[in-house]
Design a protein around this ligand. Sequence first.
Ligand SMILES: [Cu+2]
Length: 158
Amino acid sequence: MSKSKKHKERVLKTNQNDRAKKLPLKSILFMVIVIAIFGSALYLIISKSASLDPVDKDAIKMTITMAGFEPNVIRAKAGQPVTINLINPDNSHHTDGGGVHNFILESGGLGKVNITVQPESQDVFTFTPTLAGEYHWYCDSCCGGRENPNMHGTLIVA
Ligand SMILES: [Cu+2]
């Protein structure tokens, strides 16, 4: 066997060894990446749902989705402040309004309340109705907005 042939054989063997070593390393890398992706996805899901717990436990908890306000009737006393913790669990992938909702209430004695809640977030706001009566609030950012019968609520002030 000539010197150069031996050398070639050795090179070939080392190449095969390299390939044998690289394969498990690649699969380990792949597994690490898969675990990292699933891990961060799980973290995102958990942290998102946790962040949608109301931030103000003393406020009236209200959710707003494509299905409307829940609750859609609230009662108050004239001269007493009403604090609402409005939660919007819709995500930004909604084609109609981009998952944004709002709470608009314009009635006698109240001035104008106009709150916008971004997708997957919440807001706490306070207003004080001064006159007894029935007032209506609505959302005008989605599903036909004010024309949509779901996007309404009633404030009853005694
Ligand atoms: Cu809306």
